[in-house]
Design a protein around this ligand. Sequence first.
Ligand SMILES: NC(=O)c1ccc[n+]([C@@H]2O[C@H](COP(=O)([O-])OP(=O)(O)OC[C@H]3O[C@@H](n4cnc5c(N)ncnc54)[C@H](OP(=O)(O)O)[C@@H]3O)[C@@H](O)[C@H]2O)c1
Length: 309
Amino acid sequence: MKVTLVSRSGKEIVKGGIELTDSATVADLQREIQKRTKKSPDRQRLTLPVPSGSRERPVVLNSKKSLKEYTDGNSRTLTIIFKDLGPQVSYRTLFFFEYLGPLVLYPVFYYFPVYQFFGYKGERVIRPVQTYAMYYWCFHYAKRIFETFFIHRFSHATSPLSNVFRNCAYYWTFGSYIAYYVNHPLYTPVSDLQMKIGFGFGIVMQISNLYCHIILRNLRKPEGDGGYQIPRGFLFNIVTCANYTTEIYQWLGFNIATQTVAGYIFLLVAAFIMSNWAFAKHRRLKKLFDGKDGRPKYPRRWIILPPFL
Ligand SMILES: NC(=O)c1ccc[n+]([C@@H]2O[C@H](COP(=O)([O-])OP(=O)(O)OC[C@H]3O[C@@H](n4cnc5c(N)ncnc54)[C@H](OP(=O)(O)O)[C@@H]3O)[C@@H](O)[C@H]2O)c1
């Protein structure tokens, strides 16, 4: 089989193409590409050409499949589009660094006399709500790191290195912004009852979020190829992205208890981001499970925030 490898602009990447056996897999092709271009398989994105004028998304080649599956009929030639995704890091590395920032930075505002550098000279009296908020916050990010290493079964091994800087900027900046206001010497606590309702509700949502992640984990086998299944059970019987629902509600609990503008801004931004992702995930599951040709039909469910979305 002969593979012609071209860039998205149509320029040939390997002059004269690549000759492979008829039984070769996509992984074999990736190894050949690595030999010639020095780009590891992680950073190779291989797709089939899309007919001009078509609005279809290109088919991404699966490394476990044979190349023959991507040819039409008995053709022994195949044209493949190659895109270099740039330097990669594992998903675990990405998540670890983005969560480590808020986990470390928040206690710095609680424990250390940082407010002196912002011009506050007086004695700082720490309120109980500020102490509980610090434990709540650290529990949340420690839980996320734990889930990253011991719960999630990711479909993609790696992510572009540039995402580390983008995601860290997001989490580290918001973490410091919220920590600054919640731990501030002039912070005004809410009532005792409001604090208890907020943290109580938030903790229940954090535990529910962990349970949602365990349900998602069990949808994939450890040695599986990262496919998607219909999540069922617990809140997934009502909402497609119950993990995001509980994540949003646990931030709501934190904000009811601590009540800062910074915390509510983060809640709105996070809810907006997760809603966009939830729409995409809901669409993907409805497309994969369309009820045709023996495939199950995706049940009727809310997307992220019943009864609105
Ligand atoms: N505060 C914020 O701004 C914010 C934003 C986003 C996320 N989060 C938190 O971080 C957590 C992780 O987020 P995430 O977006 O990376 O992942 P996710 O969508 O919550 O999914 C967690 C894991 O389950 C897998 N999965 C999801 N749906 C599946 C299905 N139908 N079948 C099989 N496996 C499935 C995912 O696989 P894939 O690898 O294929 O995705 C991923 O490995 C969230 O649940 C949330 O708690 C917080």
